[in-house]
Design a protein around this ligand. Sequence first.
Ligand code: NAD
Length: 296
Amino acid sequence: MTAKIIDGKAFAATVRAKVATHVTRLKQDHGVTPGLAVVLVGDDPASQIYVRSKGKMTAEVGMASFEHRLDAETSEADLLALIEKLNADSAVHGILVQLPLPDHLNSDLVINAINPAKDVDGFHISNVGLLGTGQKSMVPCTPLGALMMLRDHLGNLAGLEAVVIGRSNIVGKPMAQLLLNDSCTVTICHSKTNDLQAVVRRADIVIAAVGRPEMVPGDWIKPGATVIDVGINRVPNGEKTKLVGDCDFASCVEVAGAITPVPGGVGPMTIACLLANTVTACCRANGWAEPQGLTA
Ligand code: NAD
């Protein structure tokens, strides 16, 4: 069997087009432009690329983009003061603090200082709790994008066996929660899991979110399973480097029913969901009807 390739790039383009339509409507009907503030502390090269690409796509869908680039030595007090300012700014509907933060800054403290209604990454403890209890929340963008691709490909997920490899607060745990909310039978694996291969082998849905290049080979995959590869790993490629996922694409594609590529799978969906969350936050803040069908 050769798997269907789930085209995250094309899917994300359709989501961004819908976001752009909603943005136009909000401007026309209410004279309001949804605004996203992105805060970057320090000069981590990967984070700089992400922030640049977020800013570009925010502008492309017609939203206001506010970038705050702070020195790596920025104090916690100064960062918290900026967040307080953004919380109070009515032109800012979404706030994203790019992670990881430099070691001297307490990420939990900083994220929990964001107004939960503006927490478009869905990492604030209130949003985590709301998601965990199946209530309306801001849903973390990467797992949300993965869920959208799964629903689009499989339809109803109820009863399917899902295995999530990775238990981070950013990807693994919220992904597992979303799958549970969709009535999957969910197993979360991590670095201490015994016989990972046997657990993965029984999954109808495999989510790989580890950060280890090509660690999941095709012979771990149940034939016909849907594989969502969240990993983004830069590896040497001759004189240059290339991006690969956490799954060995060449062997997994021969066994899976469907698979997301890296690049061009989950990555583009993450940014599209961030933009969609910002439009949703804008509508909620103003008491307007939320856009339907933008996300899962
Ligand atoms: P993380 O380092 O916070 O978590 C990695 C998880 O993998 C941990 O829970 C750990 O227990 C588990 N793990 C480590 N070694 C393992 C092993 N040998 N077997 C099983 N589990 C193991 O990483 P993260 O932030 O969750 O990111 C995971 C990957 O996803 C990274 O490659 C990251 O770059 C990528 N990512 C992609 C997007 C996107 O938009 N596509 C967004 C976020 C993260």
